[in-house]
Design a protein around this ligand. Structure first.
Ligand SMILES: Cc1cc2nc3c(=O)[nH]c(=O)nc-3n(C[C@H](O)[C@H](O)[C@H](O)COP(=O)(O)OP(=O)(O)OC[C@H]3O[C@@H](n4cnc5c(N)ncnc54)[C@H](O)[C@@H]3O)c2cc1C
Length: 381
């Protein structure tokens, strides 16, 4: 297993019950550096088997569109929780160790040669070492080296993110989202109440350069530019998926496999879901001693059955979003600013946002004007 992040640790925990599992992690611990906002559905904590009191529980969101219109969605049920991501990753790694997986921190994966078994080369303390494995799992994140070697050099696109934690206590239950080309071109910005502090950040599309200037401007817009941050995180999110997530003796999972929700950039729910699929297929392949690509293909079928439709529809939605000008977004926000539409939006699930697309278009057919071809394709499939 390459990568001791959430996807790798979860797959390791499931596989280590029956198999010898070694996890190569280039950092000295799991969970650091943090590259995440920590906003997940409550089910993610359950799926991970992590016990943690969330930093905050959210019941809604307020979305600000270009022109200043705000649409609020809320529900009596908790819609999301804010997790301590470093602790989350640490606990996942501990679960895997408890199940018998061996973690090698400070060991950086370099390459592999497939000879019916994988000969894996790594670097540790300046020395190159070699290990042999029947199956290699690439859980090495958005810039996956394992995926590159498996012949799939990159996801369709990346967005770049930057966020700061500010010493402003905020226990409210609503996250603010801001969209528009001036604030966060190609994605969105957030102000997230985290209980004892406030997290402010954004992601921008790759073509728009580094996010630092946008974050400075966003902090100014919120009149927070003079507050000294407690912490700062940055990172990349792969969007649009990868062509293939298996090969001879190799499987990809999590960000390495492009298993990320394209609308929100959330990767924890799809990564953990896919880790379960991976463990099922890998276990079977190891039992039968058949780890060739044809035998491992079942993994791709299995995770796509669970997530493929959502990720594909989400990416089509993203393409519609990318084509919209600020003026289009302002017009669209005026169209959906109705109590009946709000009731529909309140029922949304952050792990399956595209489920709302078809009922939304039925209620507000005028939205079709923004991209009739793409939107209809999305609804039909
Ligand atoms: C700014 C930002 C905000 C985000 N917010 C959210 C959010 O609110 N909710 C959500 O669900 N998701 C969010 N995400 C996405 C989420 O963080 C990822 O989807 C998630 O971390 C993917 O888990 P993973 O295990 O696949 O990869 P990672 O967490 O990236 O773990 C990969 C691991 O592999 C290791 N590694 C990489 N290369 C090598 C190598 N060659 N050798 C050894 N080890 C290696 C890395 O050190 C790392 O520990 C956000 C991402 C960013 C950038």
């Amino acid at each position: 297993m390459v990568g001791g992040g959430p996807a790798g640790s979860r797959a390791a925990a499931l596989l280590a019950k029956d198999w010898d599992v070694a996890v190569l992690e280039e950092h000295q611990e799991s969970g650091r550096p943090v590259q995440c906002t920590g906003l997940v559905s409550p089910r993610v904590l359950e799926m991970a088997g992590v016990r943690q009191t969330p930093l905050n529980v959210l019941h809604g969101a307020e979305i600000e569109f270009p022109g200043g219109r705000r649409i609020a969605v809320s529900s009596p049920e908790p819609k999301a929780v804010v997790i301590d991501r470093a602790d989350f990753d640490r606990q996942l790694a501990e679960r895997a160790m408890d199940a018998g997986a061996e973690f090698f921190y400070g060991r950086r994966y370099l390459s592999r040669r497939w000879e019916g078994r994988s000969r894996i080369h790594y670097r540790e303390d300046g020395q190159v070492g070699e290990e042999c494995a029947r199956l290699l799992v690439g859980a090495d994140g958005h810039g996956s080296k394992v995926a590159m070697e498996a012949g799939d050099p990159r996801p369709r696109e990346w967005v770049r993110g930057l966020q700061v934690d500010l010493p402003i206590a905020d226990g409210s239950d609503t996250v603010e989202i801001h969209v528009g080309s001036e604030t966060a071109p190609g994605f969105f910005a957030w102000r997230l109440p985290c209980g004892d502090f406030t997290r402010v950040g954004l992601c921008v599309g790759w073509d728009h350069g580094p996010p630092a200037d946008y974050l400075r401007a966003f902090l100014k817009k919120l009149s927070l530019e003079d507050v000294k941050p407690l912490d700062k995180h940055c990172g990349k999110i792969p969007l649009g998926g990868r062509g293939r997530t298996y090969g001879d003796g190799v499987l990809l999972v999590g960000d390495a496999a492009g298993q990320v929700k394209p609308v929100s950039g959330g990767g924890l729910f799809p990564g953990l879901t896919s880790a379960r699929c991976l463990a099922a297929v890998a276990g079977e392949a190891l039992r039968e001693d058949r780890c060739d690509a044809a035998s491992l293909k079942a993994y791709e079928r299995m995770w796509r059955k669970e997530l493929g439709k959502e990720l594909a529809r989400g990416y089509r939605l993203r393409r519609v979003f990318l084509r919209m000008s600020d003026e289009d977004m302002a017009k669209a926000s005026a169209m959906v600013d109705r109590p009946d539409v709000q009731r529909l939006l309140n029922s949304g699930d952050i792990d399956r946002p595209s489920d709302l697309a078809a009922p939304l278009l039925r209620k507000v057919p005028g939205l079709l004007r923004f991209s009739p071809r793409l939107v209809s394709a999305m609804v039909m499939r």
